[in-house]
Design a protein around this ligand. Sequence first.
Ligand SMILES: [Fe+2]
Ligand SMILES: [Fe+2]
Length: 244
Amino acid sequence: MELNLRGLLIRLLTRLSWATSRRRMARGITRFSQVEADSGWQMLRALDAVDNVESRARLFNNALEEVHHSALFRELAHHYSDEPPPPATQERIQLFNPKEGMIEFSAWHYVGEADVYRDFLAYAHATREPRIRDTFLVIRGDEKEHQALALAELQRLTGSPRNARRLIRKVRIIRAYQAWMRFSKGVGNIVSSFVLAIVFIGVGWIFAPVCRRRIYGDTLPAPLNGASGEIATSSQTITGAARP
Ligand SMILES: [Fe+2]
Ligand SMILES: [Fe+2]
């Protein structure tokens, strides 16, 4: 039920957002490109800590495919964008912590793969653009395999499916908390902007003359005073009707 509701929300909100602005759609796809690139980077950062040669090769291959996904999304964004592409990366926070080792990282890896596999179906159906839909579905095919490999690796490292499930639960709780904090921050920003707008509209005019004097001093004209075309300054008044 929760998954269906999430998928439904993604489809509704994304369709609404992308259908009303091609630029927003291109930026959204660019964001996917950045996230995929970040995933590949995270895996490469953990590569040296993998104790098994086969697991290391699989993780490396996984990282390469994430880079490929990033390139596919970037190409797609470029196709729908009429502005220069933004920087390829954003600020990164490394998930692999050498003190915690590969077990914790593998849990984060699995949850990330499982989430994109689940959500990409909703994103694919959120658009009527066949090219976008096909890209999401093609990438989702790879994510299905990534998800299975990540789970197998996590179970190998933890020693049992039960231990793996316990770690997955822990990571999901942390991710839910992080998502809640991001949401709260967003809502807080909207509320504080609204309050500031009320204050500005309600009492801003009281302080306007003082602010104008502080910014312009006594030399520059004040704003137009009414529809008559009269411009008032501290030293003179110029009336449009009196001009030659
Ligand atoms: Fe990917
Ligand atoms: Fe993946």
